[in-house]
Structure formats: C-alpha cells, structure tokens
Design a protein around this ligand. Structure first.
Ligand code: NAG
Ligand code: NAG
Ligand code: NAG
Ligand code: NAG
Ligand code: NAG
Ligand code: NAG
Length: 387
C-alpha cells in the first residue's frame, strides 16, 4: 500500500542469544536480550489534514468499486478536496529496548522503527521463531537500541476514526518521537546520539516524509518494503492495484471483525496476505503467524501517502532502500529493474551515502521472509558502516 512514487532489499551476522520458543501471537513479547520499557507517548501535533471528498464506503460493494477505480490504468481518483491545518493530541504505545550486552557505544544509536499497513509493532518483534524473524532481537544482538511503536489507529495505540488517520499526523508524531529520543524521552532518560529511522512499507513513506520535513531528526534512514521507480516505469501503474492484491475489505467485515469505522480496511483473508506480502514457496506456519498479528489500515493513510514523496529532499544523512526480490506491492512483482533504474540517486541527491539491497526470494513482508537474518545483517552492516 504505497504512494505513486515512493513504493513498497552476505553480510554481517551478529552473534545470537538463544531465545526460548514462546507461544506465538498472544502478546507483545520483549526480546530476551533487551532491557525493555513500555511507554505511553502523549504528543500534540499540528498537521496537514486531508478533507475527504469521496463517498464514505457503506459496505464491501463500495470497497469493490473503490478498488476498481484505484486500479484502473487511467485512474484519476482525487480523494481529498483540500487540506487544512489541524491540531490534535494523541496517545501512542511504544517500547524502548537497549541491549543487555553492550557493544561499545552502539547502544547510543537508536533505531526508530515504524511499521507499515496491515500490522502493528509486532512486525518488528515476532514472538514466532524469534531467532529467525525478530528484527529487534537482531538489532540488540548487534548492540543497537530500538524504539518501536504502534502507529495511530493500530495495536495498543489510540484508535481514532480512520478518517483522521493520515500521512500528515503519522509524520508529525514520528518526528516528535525522534525529537524526544534525542533528549532521552521515551528512552529511560538516555539521550540518543544517533537516530536511524527504519520503516516498512507505509512506515517507510512516513519515515521519508519525516526527514523531508525535518532533515535534522535522523543520521540514518532505512526504507524497507520500498522502491523508487522512475516516472515512466510500468511499476507505477501497479501501485493502484495494491488494494486488489490484498483483497481489501471493510475491517468491520472480516473474520474476526474489528470494531472500526468504514475508513478502516483489512486484507481479505490469509491467501490475500500470502499473495501480497510473501512469495512462493510459502512457509505456511509463518504466514499463519503473520495473519494472526494483522491490523486494519486506514484508507486515508494509504491515499494520503501519495503526496508525501513529491517534495525535494534536503536530508544529508545516509539512506538505504531495500525490499524483497518479488515485492508485489512496492515493485509490481519484480524489484531488480526498479532498483536498477530507480530514482534513489536523484531523490536523495544530498544524502551522504545511498545503498540498495534486494533480498533474494522474498516478497513485501521481508521481516518474515526466508533468510530474514541475512536481510537484517545487511541493514545492520549499513548502519555500522555509514551512520
Ligand atoms: C469533490 O467531489 C465533488 C463531487 O464528486 C466534485 O464535484 C468535486 O470536483 C470534488 N472536489 C475536488 C477538489 O476534487
Ligand atoms: C498550514 O500551516 C502552514 C504552516 O504554518 C501554512 O504555511 C499553511 O498556509 C497552512 N495551511 C492552511 C490551509 O491553513
Ligand atoms: C546536514 O544538514 C544539517 C541540517 O539538517 C546541517 O546542520 C548540516 O550542516 C548538514 N551537513 C552537511 C555536511 O552539509
Ligand atoms: C525507467 O525504468 C524503466 C524500468 O525500470 C527502464 O526501462 C527505463 O529505461 C527507465 N527510464 C529512465 C529514463 O531511466
Ligand atoms: C497463532 O498463530 C498460529 C500459527 O503460528 C495459529 O495457528 C493460531 O491460530 C494463532 N492464534 C491466534 C490466537 O490467533
Ligand atoms: C546511482 O549512483 C550509483 C553510484 O553512486 C551508481 O552506481 C548507480 O548506477 C546509480 N543508479 C542509477 C539508477 O542511476
């Protein structure tokens, strides 16, 4: 679920601490190699709010109609009639972890992780096969600290109307968290010396949006589940099909149903999830776990993400853009060509370092892909060398 331009990549392997097998998907489990603290974040933000100008969907026929109009090759859906400035206070739920075993100064670098559509913060901290799939555990093994949170409208964070969950407030909230971490807020009082924004999918778009508006908030930017096709790339035409790939339905209508208004949608079923986030051969228990931690996505956060990436980027830190080889949502299914001809160099014209990595065999949900540790190792290698 991505914007028109910024869509939705054998290295270092850090020593592993054996984590006990825990029962999957029940809870938010702190990685056992972390000293972790849960936070309730309360921030007031002034944000650019899109004024919804489409008919509010009433049922899944309306969603089917919306999918068709978004996916058409000549699609010209204009969801917003304009934008206004709004000021709101929100409560988010997040977790800060620092490594039990320190590795020099590295724990003063905080990875600020923002999940994408369809999940909450458990995307970064799988309780299922954590040695394979837990990004936070891996980062801690490498000596880094991590702050990961549920975006507004997901998980344990405040659930507001989906019509009020948009790129604008996500970006401002992310910037507030980064600014807070710099002062030790949300991090047991320890001021972060360096901050790396790590996003997945929509979370990458919001991380991109945050450094575009506030270039000083981070020294590093890692966009996962993302690619930057050029303007004539056929992959751009596939973006509008993302809701179709996911068999998007009203979140209130899926099994089990979510108590959400009509702006919240979910992946239709586990097969839609498999097709849009994974790549065959499928590891079915992994997909079942991923399915058990899915969360609704707001239509407006998806549809407002398109305008995020059109601003000039003065950000001068290092950037890594990475996704799976067969990422349906970011690349229309084949990422190598997107990366070969992508606009990463011109988009990040001021970046100190630009790196790309394609994870072989994987789809969009790279944290749950085969060989995810190699993927994590590439990210940590980038941070270690260039941030
Ligand atoms: C808002 O929707 C109305 C009714 O469909 C349409 O006439 C109008 O042009 C739209 N406004 C914008 C700014 O797109
Ligand atoms: C919103 O605020 C910004 C920054 O203060 C200002 O430039 C812009 O004109 C405002 N937009 C509207 C629609 O009021
Ligand atoms: C990078 O940008 C920051 C502002 O975001 C600025 O303070 C700094 O001087 C810039 N560094 C270089 C090397 O241009
Ligand atoms: C844009 O990307 C496409 C495919 O990725 C490539 O074939 C084409 O040559 C690229 N155009 C430019 C101007 O780089
Ligand atoms: C948890 O995930 C497993 C697969 O790993 C699945 O069989 C089970 O139904 C899930 N439990 C819940 C409560 O969703
Ligand atoms: C981006 O720049 C690197 C060198 O910094 C170059 O190797 C690569 O081909 C460039 N990519 C594109 C798409 O122009």
């Amino acid at each position: 679920m991505i914007s028109p331009r910024l869509a939705f990549l054998v290295g270092l392997v850090c020593p592993i601490v054996n984590a006990a097998a825990s029962s999957p998907n029940d809870t938010y489990i702190h990685p056992k190699n972390g000293l972790c603290t849960d936070y309730t974040i309360t921030e007031t933000v002034t944000w650019s709010k899109g004024i919804w100008n489409l008919t509010k969907p009433q049922n899944n026929f309306d969603i089917a109609a919306l999918r068709t109009s978004l996916g058409a090759l000549d699609s010209h859906v204009v969801p917003f009639s304009g934008f206004e400035n709004a000021t709101d206070s929100y409560e988010l739920s997040g977790t800060f972890c620092e490594p039990v075993v320190k590795n020099g100064d590295k724990h003063h670098t905080v990875l600020l992780a923002t999940h994408g559509g369809g999940y909450d913060r458990r995307y970064w901290a799988s309780s299922f096969r954590p040695d394979e799939y837990n990004f936070v555990q891996f980062a801690l093994e490498c000596g880094y600290s991590v702050f990961y949170y549920d975006r507004l409208g997901t998980g344990k964070s405040q659930i507001v109307s989906g019509y009020d969950v948009q790129s604008g407030n996500h970006i401002e909230l992310l910037a507030k968290i980064a600014q807070g971490l710099r002062k030790g807020k949300y991090a047991t009082g320890k001021a972060a010396k360096k901050i790396v924004l790590v996003g997945h999918s929509l979370g990458s778009i919001f991380s991109f949006g945050a450094v575009t508006k506030y270039p000083e908030i981070a020294e590093g930017l890692v966009l996962t589940g993302a690619s930057l096709p050029n303007s004539t790339d056929v992959a751009n035409k596939f973006r509008g099909l993302n809701p179709t790939y996911q068999n998007t339905l009203l979140a209130s209508s899926v099994d089990p149903p979510y108590d959400r208004d009509s702006a919240y949608v979910s992946m239709g079923d586990i097969y839609a999830h498999a097709g849009s986030f994974f790549h065959e051969p499928f590891d079915i228990p992994t997909i079942e776990y991923a399915q058990s931690i899915t969360q609704p996505t707001s239509l407006l956060e998806m549809l407002s993400s398109g305008r995020v990436s059109n601003a000039p980027v003065s950000y001068n830190g290092s950037v890594m853009i990475t996704t799976g080889e067969w990422d349906m949502l970011a690349c229309g299914g084949h990422c190598q060509e997107r990366f070969d001809y992508g606009t990463q160099n011109s988009t990040f014209g001021n970046a100190r370092v630009r790196k790309t990595y394609i994870h072989p065999g994987a789809g969009h949900g790279v944290n749950f892909a085969r060989g995810a540790r190699v993927f994590y190792g590439e990210i940590m290698g980038f941070i270690g060398e260039f941030v």
